[in-house]
Design a protein around this ligand. Structure first.
Ligand SMILES: [Zn+2]
Length: 424
């Protein structure tokens, strides 16, 4: 169905130019038009009308690093042993959780994540999945769940050696079979859980499918210490020596504990860095500092939530003490996911992805002060409607393609099953 957004204030996501326009999205076209006259469009059968009087319309958002698999952890009890450090957080929380995931839990984790993305204005998610005892077909389950809600995606399975060779092989096979039919990345957990054979196998897959790697890098000093001890080199050197940093599709998540030489390598590579401020605070692993890292930086949530407006505010506020970041750079990092997706010709993020903001402000708003409104004013409560790939997926704050209440009810049941299984 074609869509007419009538009488909107459109904010161009690149130039921040404001214009009072009607926006028409013709069915089947990955573009937007700005017709002066709309009567003929309103009367045309099959045109959905959104009255945007007094509302802002701009391009929808995207999550640069997500973990749908962690969605059912919200409100979960403490682990059997209280984690004392980053490694123990992985061991007692996330590696305990992901081992218990079955196919239905994966499906509902993905459905509720996609709904959360949509309601927070994101129509694209780059996800990093792990379910070591339910690997086969897991990416297809997530893809179908995201599709059902209307969220475009770039998925990968987290390959690692932590569960032994059998599961490593399954993860490689899952990646290979998924990449044959879908756009995606080659996922690796982190340098410290991936041995040299596995790095080589991942590089082979990356090259064969003309893809990139999606990996956690130096999230905690543990990653560097382990790498130096076992391989005699630092993490970025190790990844670079394996040829993993030559792809512009490669995503390096975190990059907190890297030295100046490693920053040089990243800055001179075509890779992208993904900053996840709130997750770093939550795990008490340190603070992101972009100095000398270059400008290929985007933002993610690391599975903590799906709200990129919130992540942008965190990047800005925490960055006041630890990073050289201002309003302009915050917005740039928030929007860089589109540049990454365009540059690499991934599909699902064309201009017919829009968000409608029911945002009124006590102060004047225009191109010149938009960044300040973005940091201090606009939040996901203002999102009234979302259009993904030319389809309305959120209308008046309600999901359109799926029954949210039914999914949340079922997901509570699966969360309860997961929590019980984790206690066994
Ligand atoms: Zn992560």
């Amino acid at each position: 169905m074609s869509i007419l957004l009538k009488n909107s204030t459109f904010i161009d996501w690149k130039t921040l130019d404001f214009s009072h326009v009607n926006i028409f999205i013709e069915k089947g076209k990955n573009e937007i038009q700005f017709p002066d006259k709309t009567d003929h469009l309103v009367n045309r059968s099959g045109t959905e009308l959104l009255d945007c009087t007094g509302k802002f319309v701009t391009k929808s958002f995207g999550v640069g690093h997500h973990h749908a698999y962690s969605a059912l952890a919200r409100g979960m009890g403490s682990p059997n042993k209280k984690p004392e450090n980053f490694y123990e957080i992985l061991k007692y929380v996330w590696w305990t959780l992901d081992r218990c995931l079955d196919r239905e839990m994966i499906e509902y984790s993905a459905l509720v994540t996609a709904i959360a993305c949509a309601k927070a204005g994101s129509t694209f998610a780059i996800d990093h999945h792990s379910s070591p005892f339910a690997i086969n077909g897991s990416l297809e389950i997530i893809a179908k769940a995201f599709d059902k809600v209307g969220i475009s995606h770039l998925l990968c399975y987290e390959i690692s050696d932590r569960e032994g060779i059998k599961y490593k092989q399954e993860a490689l096979d899952e990646t290979e079979s998924y990449l044959k039919d879908h756009q995606g990345l080659v996922g690796l957990h982190a340098s410290f859980t991936v041995n040299n054979d596995t790095l080589e196998q991942a590089a082979e897959l990356m090259n064969r499918f003309n893809s990139g790697i999606h990996i956690h890098v130096a999230e905690d000093p543990y990653d560097q210490d382990f790498c130096l001890r076992k391989y005699g080199k630092r993490v970025i050197y190790r990844l670079n020596d394996s040829g993993l940093l030559k792809s512009p599709k490669t995503l390096l998540s975190h990059c907190l504990h890297i030295d100046e030489d490693e920053k040089d390598i990243i800055r001179n590579s075509p890779c992208w860095v993904v900053q996840n401020t709130e997750s770093n605070l939550n795990n008490n692993v340190g603070y992101f500092n972009s100095e000398h890292l270059g400008s290929r930086i985007m933002l993610g949530t690391d599975g903590m939530h799906s709200d990129m407006l919130q992540s942008s505010k965190a990047a800005f506020l925490v960055g006041q003490g630890f990073d050289n970041i201002d309003y302009h750079l915050t917005y740039k990092r928030f929007r860089n996911i589109h540049n990454y997706l365009i540059e690499n010709q991934f599909t699902g993020d064309d201009e017919n992805n829009l968000v409608v903001l029911d945002y009124n402000t006590p102060t004047p708003i225009d191109k010149n002060n938009f960044h300040g409104q973005f940091i201090y004013g606009i939040n996901s409560n203002h999102i009234s409607d979302v259009i993904s790939n030319g389809r309305v997926i959120v209308r008046n704050r309600k999901m359109v393609l799926v029954d949210e209440a039914e999914i949340l009810e079922a997901s509570k049941y699966h969360a309860d099953r997961l929590w019980r299984k984790m206690q066994e």
